[in-house]
Design a protein around this ligand. Structure first.
Ligand code: 5AD
Ligand code: SF4
Length: 471
């Protein structure tokens, strides 16, 4: 199956963030070009949303839809949305405005809003923006056929019911967002953590883990189809629990599928990640040495206000423990600056944490109050935007230095790279990741193709990429 990605923008989310998310992308699935009806899908937000879009694509394929990257020729335009920060929602509102003019040219077009904004704004989307015909929350994708049918008959339709059980375990995702080498597997849905700043527990509901057998089947099938890397996704993978199987045991089961299948996972929560997980990572070479461990803040009082369930010291001990057990493990983080009442002193604790931890990568945000969250009810969003931006710039500068230094440390080292495809800049070069999730660029060699492993020696670096040659 050939997939064309028409637009790539990167926005991290869902605590774990990858560097190649493709915000607002549409797909052209060549295989279904002959289908009578065509869907146009754009996805915003986290990997979980991208993974959900692959489930939605499966439901649509069963309905006889093909996919198009040209909204003008589509019968159904679906936007899978994100509510994590205000600007994520703004992007979607702008998109909906654009679709309004498309609808003028193509009045039969049905427009649907899916995902977190559907859940958060519910019927408001139908009422305020009269152009939306279908609103579907994250647990209601099985209901799409019914909702589309009723929209086709002129009745605007909505299902935003959250479920305690839905994991879509039996739906085989259509891999739209693929390079044929690397795929996401959702292992759980929802979140029970209730970090006070976060809207996710409200938009995605209670945490539930997916049957591990269905996860293993999916991973095996991907491997059999030539995939060589899977990323296990969940809001808090360390609390995965299905019958007697915890996350460490799940990791082991997936790792045993084949030594040539790389395993990644996201997101880890500092309060929940266990030694058992770290030792399982150590035991299996094919479990990648990379942990996304969101700190959010370096100050214990702020962490308490955020309801993160750990202190600065606990976080530091976790990082030390990871480095003790897995000396080569890369660590990345998420940071929020300008949370309610954050003083300059408290902010400086985040600065010193970042200077100490020397994260290989970080996703950094200023606090964006989300209506309905515990923080919006309990605290005042009192740091002026200018000040939030100043703080953000300070930590971005620290991280840019740290990322560059982390890459400099890789000079002259040799890494096993999984080839993902052509580099963005030149079709003479391949790109692929090392174990630590760093992107490496190198000259192509005859006989090699995406999905192959090669050893590459790093001889040049930037703050974002390693450049090397095959040895
Ligand atoms: N404001 C700013 N950043 C947020 N995040 C989550 N909620 C908010 C918010 N209200 C960040 C956190 C989380 C990442 C996915 O997004 O850092 O880990
Ligand atoms: Fe992550 Fe906390 Fe939000 Fe859950 S509530 S998704 S753990 S930030």
């Amino acid at each position: 199956m050939k997939t064309k990605i028409t637009q790539k923008v990167f926005e991290p989310l869902l605590e774990k963030n990858i560097d190649e998310s493709k915000q607002g992308l549409a797909y052209e699935n060549i295989i279904n070009q002959s289908s009578s009806k065509k869907a146009y899908i754009e996805t915003y937000g986290c990997q979980m949303n991208f993974s959900d879009t692959e489930i939605i694509a499966s439901v649509l394929t069963d309905l006889g839809y093909g996919f198009t990257a040209n909204v003008l020729e589509s019968d159904l335009a679906l936007i899978n949305t994100c509510s994590i920060r205000e600007n994520a929602e703004e992007k979607v509102w702008n998109k909906l405005k654009e679709l309004k003019s498309v609808k003028k040219k193509n009045p039969n077009l049905l427009v649907g809003v899916m995902g977190c904004m559907a859940e958060r704004l519910k019927s408001k989307l139908l009422e305020q923006e009269k152009l939306v015909d279908i609103v579907v929350g994250p647990d209601a994708y099985r209901d799409l056929p019914k909702l589309i049918e009723s929209a086709e008959s002129g009745i605007r339709s909505i299902n935003v019911l959250l479920s305690r059980e839905e994991t879509y375990a039996d739906i085989s995702p259509i891999r739209l967002n693929t390079n044929g080498v690397s795929a996401f597997i959702s292992i759980m849905r929802g979140c029970n953590n209730m970090c006070t700043f976060c809207v996710v527990p409200f938009t995605r509901g209670r945490e539930r883990s997916r049957d591990y057998q269905s996860i293993l089947n999916e991973a095996q099938e991907l491997f059999d189809n030539g995939y060589r890397e899977v990323t296990l996704l969940g809001q808090n993978v360390d609390s995965y629990k299905y019958e007697d199987c915890n996350f460490a045991q799940l990791l082991e089961k997936v790792a045993l599928i084949n030594p040539d299948l790389r395993i990644r996972f996201s997101t880890s929560h500092p309060k929940d990640i266990t030694d058992e997980v770290l030792f399982t990572m150590k035991k299996y070479d094919n479990i990648c040495n990379y942990i996304h461990l969101p700190a959010q803040s370096g100050n214990t009082e702020i962490l308490e206000k955020m309801n993160r369930g750990y202190s600065r010291e606990w976080y530091i001990n976790k990082v030390n423990r990871i480095r003790e057990i897995l000396p080569d493990c890369a660590i990345s983080t998420d940071i929020i600056v300008g949370f309610c009442g954050e003083t300059e002193e408290q902010f400086q604790d985040t600065v010193t944490l970042m200077e100490w931890a020397k994260f290989d990568f970080a996703y950094m945000f200023f606090y964006s109050e989300r209506p309905g969250t515990p923080a919006s009810k309990k605290f005042v969003d009192d740091i002026p935007e200018e000040e939030k931006k100043r703080r953000l710039q300070i930590i971005i500068d620290i991280q840019t230095k740290n990322s560059y230094q982390s890459n400099l440390n890789d000079l002259n080292k040799t890494y096993k790279i999984l080839i993902e495809g052509d580099s963005k800049k030149s079709s003479l070069d391949f790109c692929g990741r090392n174990d630590q999730n760093k992107m490496v660029i190198f000259k192509k060699q005859k006989g090699l193709q995406p999905g192959d492993y090669v050893n590459v020696k790093v001889n040049q670096v930037t703050s974002a990429t390693l450049i090397g040659e095959i040895i």
